[in-house]
Design a protein around this ligand. Structure first.
Ligand code: STX
Length: 331
């Protein structure tokens, strides 16, 4: 009998890779931003934007992109992941994150790049593209989050309708007389300098978000997002951005969507996304019908939901084929 090495599935993650270069960029007197580059140093650049805000990136995020074609640029946003200081909310706003992306782009000598982001990463991708449309080769967006007050309200209260057990653990950490404003109550505790106060709050926030992120229960996801460093970055930075309505005018992302209408875009959305319900992706697609819209019928929020992961890999492959054609045509 013939023994064939099984070919990797065309739409599974690419193999594990290590960065060919990484470092920290001083972006302000307070913040040093971690960055890394993987894949083909002469390839088409793609910038990966992680979620939260504050969730940080990881080694799995390198694996959505063909490393022989793409120059994969990943960074941890201010206060997140390997950026320093962890959980720092001073000098931390959406316009500053957009400036950091421009700083990184110039440092790497990149003219234009593909922008890839899920959840809060989709929020930041849209905000960046509306500010610097000429820098974007395309957009791949997943689990759309526009961070409107209704979406923040849903995250803090509405999710109770779907995940009552996780919500009760999250809400009941706060005394009953403060539960009518969970954001304010959590924000106060998360910003407390005493770890005995801020760490338990961060763990509960992280485990709530992790528990609501997958269609099927996934203890590894919950463990990751409730582990101390991840939870502290995520909870503090999210509470900070949500308290300030992401430092952008109300509804500005949808109001300005025509600025990105000409950019090729692919939207990937799980039908049963609890954290970022599909109604937001639907709003975005109606405002931006030129974008390709892929609804995964059996997935929740996380980028690693099987159907979401598959569609994200396929989206990066479609851009690869299209960008190959463009570069062949111009030689
Ligand atoms: N947070 C939206 C967001 O970006 C309200 C996000 N949601 N879950 C995640 O990120 C993780 C799965 C990364 C925790």
């Amino acid at each position: 009998m013939e023994h064939l090495t099984p070919k990797p599935q065309a739409d599974s993650l690419y193999p594990k890779i290590e960065p060919y270069e990484y470092g920290w960029l001083d972006v302000s007197p307070v913040h040093q931003v971690y960055w890394e580059q993987c894949g083909n140093p002469n390839g088409i650049p793609v910038i990966f934007l992680h979620g939260g805000p504050g969730a940080g990136a990881g080694p799995m995020h390198r694996r959505f992109f063909d490393p022989s074609f793409y120059r994969i640029i990943i960074f941890d946003q201010r206060g997140a992941g390997r950026s320093r200081p962890l959980g720092e909310t001073r000098e931390n706003t959406t316009p500053l994150l957009i400036e950091d992306m421009e700083r990184l782009r110039r440092q790497f000598g990149v003219e234009r790049w593909l922008v890839f982001g899920g959840s809060w990463g989709s929020t930041l991708a849209i905000a960046y593209a509306e500010t610097h449309p000429e820098r974007c080769l395309g957009l791949i967006l997943r689990g759309i989050f526009l961070c409107r007050p209704s979406e923040i309200e849903w995250f803090l209260y509405g999710l109770r309708a779907i995940f009552p057990e996780a919500w009760r653990r999250f809400a009941h950490f706060i005394p009953a007389n403060e539960r009518n404003d969970l954001l304010r109550a959590y924000h106060a505790r998360l910003m407390d300098p005493d770890p005995a106060v801020h760490l338990p709050a961060a763990r509960l926030w992280g485990s709530y978000e992790g528990a609501c992120s997958t269609l099927l229960p996934n203890p590894d996801t919950v463990a990751h997002f409730s582990s101390d460093p991840v939870a502290l970055g995520l909870a503090r930075i999210e509470a900070h951005y949500f308290t300030h309505n992401i430092f952008l005018p109300d509804n500005s992302l949808l109001d300005n969507v025509r600025r990105i209408a000409h950019i090729p875009g692919i939207i990937v959305q799980g039908r049963y996304d609890g954290v970022c319900p599909i109604v937001t992706a639907d709003d975005l697609h109606r405002a931006w019908p030129e974008a390709e819209y892929v609804v995964v019928p059996d997935a929740g929020h996380s980028a690693f939901e099987p159907g979401i992961q598959r569609e994200l890999v396929r989206a990066a492959q479609r851009f690869m084929h299209r960008l190959q054609r463009v570069s062949l045509a111009s030689t």
